[in-house]
Design a protein around this ligand. Structure first.
Ligand code: ADP
Ligand code: MG
Length: 699
């Protein structure tokens, strides 16, 4: 179909240079092919008639058959409107026009049979249909009407008279123009036959103009199948290529450092999940392949310890290890935790952040090159070009969604043979999404919390019950605990944020005069912020008022209350992350979601899920369903989930799994892509890789 992508949309009947410019600007449609792949977002069944007495005001588009009894005009000048009183014998609706009045009056006659199509609204007890489509009843053969497509359009398009209806007309012109041309198939005959798929040209026709719901379903299935199949094939092929290209460092032994730590320093028993995950990584690291593992574990599941023990295996094999955190505070915290864990052991651990300067920095950099520094912990600073290792064997990346693909790639170059990579995240990525975004990462899951933790209690509170809320917080503070109070971040208005936070801060100071209150937000200088956080960590202050800057990783086991103001403004995974800041000690902890009284259906659902479950995976699945993959945290850096035209990661998870297996089989049978029967498939993959920049950089 290469010629269709070369045919300029400007030359399609009904387009021309002006509309072509609008189509390009608004929808990125430049060629016949681009338009062909602009799919409807919904369909309206036009084979069915309704009766007026059935209409209830909540209906989508409907179709009626009847007569216009009379016309009437109301208002003056620009306010003028024309009303046709229309009846089918079961009732009356008002057809209303605000534009083109003369044309309408000239065209449609009273007492002729018409079929009227539009969206009914009920106003003052009367049913209206504004600007309906009208056809003479005898000209319209309903059984041929099928489903009518609806296309998304923008304001600018509408100003060029390119509404959904107009796009539909262009689509008809397009199919008329294509009549003689063959739409080339993009899947192999085997795949089509084996999986009973509709051929591409039929599927494209039926996705725009389906005769009935069954044909529409088959067309959708074929197109989704193809879309997900190529996404998966691309990822799997890429992984295979990389595996063939890079060997992995072989960590053959688990030696003295690991064992000494395990026997003498480990302050508690590992959970079963921690043990299993460490085993999985041991297996990876001695396999001769580079490890690329994503470790998912809910907040508080003990990922840091797993990371440490994995690093010790690297050390036992004569390599260095490095751990990256997204913020200064977190890097500090990891450094402290890890040096505490390793107390008394002859392991040299250093911290490298932007704040480490001068002599200290020089010493660290020098001792990294000689190999004396065995574990380096830090922020982005560790991937700067000036940081060189003697033999870097393992890189741990904590809270990965703050790091871009490019940064990860940079790390790989720190050793001639790329180091093993462990990516850790507490933002659980649903399986289907992980398969699309990180198809080449192996996934380990810590699905068990250390024993003795009491599940956090989550409570929903309306904001007019503040006295009650403050009494509750006070009681916790009196027992020696600490509390977080979080305000939302409104990205469009930083000023408003700060004001929100400042007001809240003053309010809290007034309400709790007997306690000290800290305040932290993203606009503060890093050093100032860290100092203020540190005061809270050391219990110099009992309440921390903050924006979401505390979202990731901060560990203050003594804090037992997390209050989230305007909880309706937060997404589910963010609420879950924030909640994870408490419940880290042995005491009962609480998360209080404060909202206004009036809530949308979606918000009500979100809050309810939070109240009902502490399970991060359940929450991530629910989040994906409520918001769609484009919004999900951690997906911004990879455009793949957005690029999908028809498949939906949230809803088509099963199909994704199915086509992944098909892609795996195909690759197994034909790893070099040389079998003639698969030529179509490899050719198509090549085309897609050329066009989708995102496809080439997944890692
Ligand atoms: P996260 O997975 O959120 O990064 P951390 O690694 O910060 O969790 O661990 C949370 C807390 O649980 C830490 O105080 C850690 O020392 C403790 N912890 C980790 N593993 C265990 C275990 N097996 N038994 C008891 N406590 C543990
Ligand atoms: Mg952590």
């Amino acid at each position: 179909m290469s010629d269709l992508s070369l045919r300029d949309i400007k030359y399609l009947q009904g387009v021309g240079p002006q509309r072509a410019a609008v189509l390009e600007k608004e929808l990125n449609i430049r060629s016949f092919k681009d338009l062909l792949y602009y799919f409807p977002y919904k369909y309206v069944d036009r084979s069915r008639l309704y009766y007026i007495h059935e209409i209830d005001g909540n209906m989508p588009y409907i179709q009626l058959r009847g007569q216009i009894l009379s016309f009437e005009t109301f208002g003056e000048g620009r306010q003028r409107r024309l009303v046709g009183h229309f009846s089918d014998g079961t009732g009356v609706v008002d057809l209303v026009w605000f534009q083109g009045l003369k044309f309408v009056e000239g065209k449609y006659k009273a007492h002729e049979p018409y079929i009227v199509f539009g969206k009914p609204t009920v106003f003052n007890g009367r049913i209206n249909i504004a600007h309906p489509d009208i056809d003479p009843a005898d000209e319209l053969v309903l059984s041929n009407m099928g489903l009518q497509p609806y296309y998304n359009t923008t304001e600018k398009m509408k100003r060029s008279n390119l509404n959904s209806h107009a796009v539909e007309k262009l689509m008809k012109n397009l199919f008329a123009a294509l009549q003689r041309e063959v739409i080339e198939e993009t899947l192999s005959p085997q795949l089509i036959e084996q999986h009973r798929l509709m051929p591409l040209s039929d599927a494209l026709h039926n996705i725009h103009f389906p005769q009935n719901p069954d044909l529409l379903r088959r067309a959708q299935y074929r197109l989704k199948f193809e879309e997900l199949f190529y996404v998966q094939l691309n990822i799997l092929r890429y992984t295979l290529e990389r595996r063939n290209k890079f060997r992995g460092l072989v960590f053959g032994t688990v030696g003295e450092i690991f064992h000494t730590f395990y026997e003498q320093n480990l302050p508690f028993q590992l959970t079963g999940a921690q043990k299993r995950v460490i085993k999985e990584m041991r297996r990876d690291m001695k396999s001769g392949r580079q490890m690329n593992r994503l470790l998912q574990g809910d907040v508080g599941s003990g990922k840091t310890l797993v990371a440490l023990m994995t690093m010790l295996i690297a050390l036992d094999n004569g390599y260095q290890a490095c751990m990256m955190a997204p913020t200064e505070i977190l890097a500090n915290q990891h450094y402290e935790t890890i040096t505490r864990f390793l107390a008394g052991m002859p392991v040299r651990v250093e911290l490298l952040t932007g704040n480490v300067k001068g002599k200290k920095r020089e010493t660290i950099l020098r001792d990294l090159v000689t190999g004396e520094v065995q574990i380096l912990i830090g922020t982005h600073a560790v991937i700067e070009d000036t940081v060189n290792f003697s033999s870097l064997g393992l890189v741990v990346i904590d809270e990965q969604h703050r790091f871009g693909v490019a940064q990860r790639a940079k790390l790989w170059k720190k050793n001639t043979c790329p180091p093993h990579v462990l990516v850790m995240t507490a933002t659980p990525i649903p399986r289907t999404l992980a398969m699309t975004l990180y198809g080449d990462l192996d996934v380990s899951v810590i699905d068990e919390l250390p024993p003795g933790r009491k599940p956090i209690q989550t409570i929903h509170q309306f904001d007019n019950r503040r006295a009650l809320l403050y009494a509750f917080i006070r009681k916790q503070l009196q027992e020696g605990r600490q509390a977080y109070i979080v305000y939302p971040l409104i990205q469009e208005s930083e000023k408003m944020d700060i004001k929100n936070l400042e007001d809240g801060y003053l309010h809290v100071c007034e309400a709790f005069p007997e306690y000290k209150v800290s305040k932290v937000h993203g606009k503060m200088k890093a050093a100032e912020k860290d100092a203020e956080m540190q005061r809270f960590v050391e219990n110099e202050t009992q309440i921390l008022v903050a924006t979401t800057v505390i979202e990731v990783g901060v560990n203050v086991p003594n804090a037992s209350v997390m209050v989230i103001e305007n909880a309706e403004r937060f997404g589910l995974s963010q609420l879950h992350q924030l909640r994870g800041r408490v419940g880290r000690g042995a005491d009962q902890s609480y998360c209080i979601l404060v909202t206004g009284y009036k809530l949308t259906e979606d918000t009500r659902k979100r809050i309810q899920i939070m109240v009902d479950t502490n399970d991060g995976f359940e929450i991530a699945e629910a989040d994906l369903k409520l918001r769609g993959p484009g919004d999900l945290e951690g997906t911004q850096q990879s455009g793949v989930a957005f690029d999908l035209k028809i498949a939906d990661i949230a809803r088509d998870g099963q199909l994704l799994q199915y086509v992944r297996e098909i892609a795996e089989h195909l690759l197994e049978a034909d790893p070099q892509g040389t079998r003639p029967e698969n030529a179509v498939v490899w050719q198509q993959l090549k085309e897609l890789r050329k066009k989708n920049v995102n496809w080439a950089v997944i890692s």
